[in-house]
Ligand binder design. Structure first.
Ligand code: HEM
Length: 517
């Protein structure tokens, strides 16, 4: 009798399975009334849809295609909504709104000896992040920039020399410069110089030192993909078994820039000199070590190491990509390039020194109004971050663009979508036209506050002033020193979506310009 009941209920259970699955699927699809938001049908059931889509469309930015198809609010996952209306920026990213970063960012936490090293970028604990950021903020302030200028000068000078020695005026393939790669060498070395007062040596060697760029490439491709389903990170990378092996020295997954960072830290702390003692020019490491002295409760050795590494992680690719975009759009738009050259020749003070490869002073670069317009327009056309800047709605829910969104929902905006808003940037959003930044003052103010390539709010890019220093100095320095031309004016560059939007197939040639006296 009892056996019959067990067999019967087993059978019933088997019959019930499809209904349970169906019920669960309906629950996921219709929960919170999310079915009212349009999006791909499969995305309403599983994040795997986004994972597949991102994997198969490496050269597209998924959010752009989704918004083009489904409109202003897109349901891009069972519990994920993506917003295209710039109004959403202040609703989601403003300080004190209570939103926290999503698990996407935890995938970005690097690992050292089997232990995750959460950085300022990847930290999900908003209150710890706020305390840490307060301790180091001063190192990135606009007023501090002037202290770093000599460090940028050294690298710009070396960059110009290397370009001249290796490529200037050379015929044939010997004169062809793979510009995105060389701009990346510059960006890596300048951030090394700014962080440790010492370069990794990309520019000197003309190659990827210690495989750092190759590693970052793999890491960024991993992040954009696995970040769509962060649970996979616990299988593929931060797997407890791999971490255990790594802690016991049986498996090495350390970012190749770690040994350089550790050595630089040891040299600074083991010597008798004070943390701030760096031949008179303070660098970022000295500022982080000072923060450790002043706030030992928040900043320990681990935080100093993570901060130093995140300078390389967050500050190199992004700057290199933005520099590529500035040059690419100028070279593809000769009218704008001539106008900028005219401004550089007219406005920069004449150079009476014997040094042919000098770096433009930041104060002088800041007076170049058209340069500023060209850089901003490049940021708009080609924002480095391709990823959705995801946040989790606070537990009690919140209103975004007039819609009440329940707590726990993942919401995001994407710079590639926001920067193409016709209401803000004009009907000709697909055209590179720096002049839009020099027209109606009121509109320019709104455009400035809508730019999203650095993110916005409490988690906005802390290094934006530093990248401004690096970019605004090197662009006019190159253009005043060399005539730069496209190797093949008919060829368009290729781009790849790997967290940041990396360009390739952008080759140039250079020849020395007459120095202005
Ligand atoms: C043009 C160059 C750059 C671009 C486009 C850029 C872009 C970004 C973006 C989009 C974020 C994340 C915002 C978010 O997810 O909400 C970010 C954060 C960050 N960036 Fe940058 N970045 C650039 C240069 C730099 C530089 C040069 C440094 C270092 C000196 C740097 C250090 C950081 C750090 C540490 C964070 C995390 C900030 C936090 O969460 O408090 N970035 N950046």
């Amino acid at each position: 009798m009892l056996q019959d009941i067990v067999i019967l209920s087993k059978e019933k259970f088997l019959y019930a399975i499809p209904f349970i699955i169906l019920g669960w699927c309906l629950h996921i699809r219709y929960r919170h009334g999310f079915n009212k938001y349009k999006g791909p049908f499969l995305a309403s059931f599983t994040d795997y849809w986004r994972y597949r889509y991102t994997r198969d469309h490496r050269n597209e930015i998924p959010s752009v295609a989704l918004h083009a198809k489904y409109g202003d609010i897109v349901r891009a996952g069972p519990q994920k909504l993506s917003f295209a209306n710039p109004e959403a920026l202040k609703d989601i990213y403003s300080i004190n709104r209570g939103y926290v970063k999503s698990e996407f960012y935890w995938v970005a936490a690097s690992v050292s000896k089997g232990t995750p090293l959460p950085s300022l970028f990847s930290n999900l604990n908003e209150s710890f992040h706020a305390r840490l950021r307060r301790c180091v903020n001063n190192a990135f302030a606009l007023s501090t920039l002037v202290q770093y200028e000599p460090l940028v000068d050294t690298t710009v000078h070396l960059f110009l020399r290397q370009l001249n020695k290796r490529f200037a005026g050379k015929q044939g393939t010997g004169g062809v410069i793979d510009f995105p790669t060389w701009l990346q060498y510059y960006a890596f070395d300048v951030i090394g110089e700014l962080t440790y007062s010492s370069r990794h040596g990309f520019l000197e060697s003309g190659q990827d030192v210690d495989g750092i760029i190759a590693y970052l490439d793999k890491y960024m491709s991993y992040l954009v993909l696995v970040g769509q389903m962060p649970i996979l990170d616990k299988i593929f990378w931060k797997n407890p078994f791999f971490m255990w092996l790594s802690r016991h020295g049986l498996y090495d997954d350390t970012f190749p820039a770690v040994p350089f960072a550790v050595k630089a830290m040891r040299q600074r702390t083991d010597s008798d000199c004070k943390p701030s003692d760096t031949n008179g020019v303070p660098d970022l490491l000295s500022k982080f070590l000072n923060a450790k002295e002043l706030h030992p409760d928040v900043v320990g050795d681990k935080e100093v190491l993570a901060m130093a590494l995140s300078m390389i992680f967050a500050g190199s690719e992004t700057t290199a990509i933005s520099l590529s975009a500035v040059f690419y759009y100028l070279l593809k738009n000769p009218r704008c390039l001539s106008k900028l050259l005219e401004e550089i020749d007219k406005e920069l003070p004449s150079d009476d020194s014997d040094e042919p490869f000098s770096s433009v002073k930041f104060a002088d670069a800041n007076k170049l109004i058209y340069l500023d317009a060209c850089v901003k327009e490049a940021f708009r056309m080609h924002p480095a971050p391709a990823f959705d800047m995801e946040r989790v709605v606070p537990p009690n829910g919140s209103t975004i663009c007039g819609e009440f969104i329940p707590g726990g929902t993942i919401v995001s905006c994407n710079a590639w979508v926001i920067h193409k808003n016709k209401g803000i940037f004009g009907e000709d959003v697909d055209v590179y036209r720096p002049e839009r930044w020099l027209e109606d003052d009121q509109r320019v103010k709104i455009m400035n506050s809508t730019l999203f390539h650095f993110g916005q709010g409490a988690r906005t890019c802390i290094g934006k002033n530093i990248s401004t220093l690096e970019i605004y100095k090197v662009v006019p320095s190159i253009l005043k020193t060399f005539e730069v031309t496209l190797n093949d004016p008919k060829q368009d560059w290729k781009i790849k979506n790997a967290t940041f939007v990396k360009p390739s197939h952008f080759d140039v040639r250079i020849s020395l310009r007459q120095k202005k006296h």
